[in-house]
Design a binder for this molecule. Structure first.
Ligand code: DHB
Ligand code: FE
Length: 280
């Protein structure tokens, strides 16, 4: 049976993709952010997962406001990145795992989540930046990916509780797959940030740290929040925290937190990085 061995979280800020490309790892502005990743690189080098299920949100690259599915899952053999206009060079394709994708899609639909299946999907910085941060351009070929996209851009957004339950359904589907893959769950985006409007630049460190603490053992408490609570406390785009809750749901009941890093600001965002090991 496939095994979910753990999960990671990372912000997915476009400027990070640029800094990565320019190798600014030791630059004083970027160092406290990039220093959050080597402990996760060591864990990945030891555990060697085969598949990453990536909970992310599309920012207008694959879906636009005219068509906005709440939950969508990639079922392609590969996923392409396209220029979003941030000045980040596009990176090569990401390998998919269509057989496992379809198994997950069948599982979650049976479980009551009527997802949009995507046999073609362009992935944007929400997906590419975290995969690059965890595996690097050199090693990204070592991992097969399954993009799971949750709408965080056009209201109504799915509630935190719904996203936690969606993650749990994905976890059940992965555990029922007959292959022997080792699977990791990625939650991308967040933490607090608001990119536009009168609160542009809003960051809430206290709230971010509370979320990072509770997500370990008390995700259901966080899932009591409404989307409006989340927007108020974390900013309009801080609602991306629902992606972290979906990741946490997929890990199963018990996890051990192995590592965390929090740094502000990175391009007006509270940047949170975490590593969890799933307890079988
Ligand atoms: C920015 C964009 C994002 O998608 C995000 O999650 C955080 C920050 C940005 O443009 O700064
Ligand atoms: Fe984002």
């Amino acid at each position: 049976m496939a095994r979910i061995i753990g999960g990671m979280t990372s912000s997915h800020i476009p400027a990070v993709g640029n800094a990565y490309h320019r190798k600014l790892f030791q630059d004083p502005y970027w160092k406290p952010f990039f220093d959050g990743y080597p402990p996760i690189h060591e864990w990945l080098a030891r555990e060697k997962p085969d598949v990453a299920v990536v909970f992310y949100n599309d920012h207008g690259s694959n879906f636009f406001l005219d068509k906005m599915p709440t939950f969508s899952i990639g079922a392609a053999a590969e996923y392409r990145n396209e220029d979003e206009g941030w000045g980040i060079p596009t990176i090569g394709t990401f390998q998919g795992h269509p057989e496992l994708s379809w198994h997950i899609i069948e599982g979650v639909v049976e479980d009551g989540f009527d997802v949009c299946s995507c046999q073609e999907m362009i992935v944007d910085h929400g997906f590419t930046v975290p995969v690059q941060l965890f595996w690097g351009d050199e090693n990204k070929g070592a991992i097969k990916t399954i993009p799971v996209c949750i709408n965080t851009v056009q209201h109504p957004l799915p509630s935190p509780k719904r996203c936690l339950e969606f993650g749990r359904a994905i976890g059940r589907a992965v555990r029922s797959w007959g292959g022997d893959e080792k699977v990791v769950m990625l939650g991308t985006g967040g933490l607090s940030h608001q990119l536009d409007g009168t609160r542009a630049g809003f960051i809430n460190k206290k709230f971010d740290l509370m979320c990072m603490e509770k997500i370990v053992d008390r995700p259901d408490e966080l899932a009591e929040m409404s989307i409006h609570d989340l927007v108020r406390e974390a900013g309009a785009q801080g609602a991306e925290f629902i992606l972290w809750l979906a990741m946490r749901g997929a890990l199963g009941d018990d996890v051990v937190k192995l590592h965390q890093n929090y740094h502000i600001p990175i391009s007006n965002t509270g940047a949170g990085t975490m590593l969890f090991e799933a307890v079988a």
